[in-house]
Design a protein around this ligand. Structure first.
Ligand code: NAD
Ligand code: GLY
Length: 368
């Protein structure tokens, strides 16, 4: 097991990464504030892992009151209507302020459980047990929680840090390969935005990573979490540097919102978004054509898309990008690449360049 710390003063917490963590209740029990635990999961993950987790906790602490709330599976259900089910369960079961919520699932379950915890009785304890690669390398760390609105992705939410993150790498064995690829998009993101050496390591090991080689995958998770933890420790509320973690996301969220949540996986949309950000950076004279081809090569090697879906148009991109959370007073702000391994937040005013970049991506059959 590898352990990292996210340093946020009195709200600091550990991130443990390794096999068989579902069966290590002693990591969880010290983080509970009372005797009530609500495990939130979904209809796919619960049949696979819920009983194992419950059994290990009950065996270690027989007087622990464990209740469960099983949500429908999918990004399309990441909304207020389904969040209400978590609060309904907490209230019906008489959960008090000392309750703990535990998210057992991917980023959808994690984001929803965290938001439910942030609001319940003005904030209760919460633990993340991420079960997808994407949630192990990104969404479980850093305290962004929330749900989607029909008009915008993740538009309702709160910053609410977990007490603990437990990434059990064994659970990735049941993850569909498309989901593994989607998670790899966020891993590649860390290399592109701030760590050229990690990007080079990923390029050297991408075949092994995609085949699920557990040592390599664990290493990629730990390096990704360290990168995220360093950034969040410096800028928890996204006043500056944390925005860099949104590389590819402005384009990606436009794709997710326009296509209907769940059609393109979040990681797929981010992959295409990172390619667009790289190409736009090239058009600004920051990256070379060879750099963009390098970005394209690693994304394709991770079975990720680099071209936007055919349903997208220039107008739909621009419309959704205009409501991105990073924008201030109507000013479009994008994360672009000054060079590979160095992202920057840019107040972007070169609309013709952006339109050219998107139009070419939407119309040209070849990528460059
Ligand atoms: P997801 O939660 O929808 O999980 C993907 C699929 O894998 C689901 O069908 C799920 O049921 C299934 N699954 C999960 N674990 C499994 C396992 N071990 N075996 C088999 N199937 C399994 O998607 P995701 O990619 O984990 O997360 C995407 C979400 O995360 C998006 O809503 C995105 O906005 C959010 N996100 C949040 C942050 C953040 O900082 N909070 C960062 C990145 C992404
Ligand atoms: N995934 C972006 C962030 O956590 O800030």
């Amino acid at each position: 097991m590898q352990s990292l710390n996210l340093d946020l003063g009195e709200r600091s917490y550990s991130i443990h990464i390794g096999p068989q963590l579902l069966e290590k209740p002693n990591l969880i029990l010290p983080q509970l504030s009372g005797k009530q635990l609500l495990i939130v999961s979904n209809t796919t993950v619960a049949p696979l892992y819920l009983e194992k987790l419950k059994a290990s906790l009950s065996q270690a602490k027989p007087d622990l009151i464990i209740k469960t709330c099983i949500l429908p599976d999918g990004e399309a259900y990441k909304n207020l209507e389904n969040l209400q089910k978590v609060w309904d369960t907490l209230l019906k079961e008489g959960f008090n302020r000392k309750a703990t919520l535990l998210a057992l699932g991917g980023g959808v379950v994690g984001d929803m459980t965290g938001f439910a915890a942030a609001c319940y009785q003005r904030g209760v304890n919460f633990i993340q047990m991420p079960t997808t690669l994407l949630s192990q390398v990104d969404s479980s760390v850093g305290g962004k929680t929330g749900v989607n609105h029909p008009l915008g992705k993740n538009m309702l939410g709160a910053f609410w840090q977990p007490r603990l993150v437990l990434a059990d790498t064994d659970v990735l064995k049941t993850l569909p390969s498309r989901e593994l690829a989607a998670g790899m998009a966020e891993v590649i993101k860390y290399g592109l935005l701030g760590d050229l050496a990690f990007l080079e390591w990923l390029e050297a090991n991408i075949a092994g990573l995609m085949s699920g080689a557990s040592q390599l995958v664990s290493e990629a998770i730990a390096r990704s979490c360290q990168c995220k933890a360093d950034i969040v420790a410096e800028d928890e509320r996204e006043g500056g540097k944390r925005a860099l973690l949104n590389l590819g996301h402005t384009f990606g969220h436009a794709i997710e919102t326009e296509m209907g949540y769940g059609q393109w996986l979040h990681g797929e949309a981010v992959a295409c978004g990172m390619w667009l950000a790289a190409d736009l950076s090239r058009r600004l004279g920051w990256l070379t054509l060879a750099d963009v081809k390098r970005v394209e090569k690693i994304l394709l090697a991770a079975n990720l898309p680099v071209k936007p879906p055919k349903e997208m148009t220039l107008a739909s991109f621009l419309q959704h990008m205009a409501v991105d959370k990073k924008n201030v007073d109507g000013q479009l702000r994008l994360i672009l690449l000054r060079q590979l391994g160095q992202a920057e937040l840019v107040e972007f005013n070169e609309l013709p360049l952006l339109e050219e970049c998107l139009t070419d991506a939407l119309t040209k059959t070849h990528s460059l």
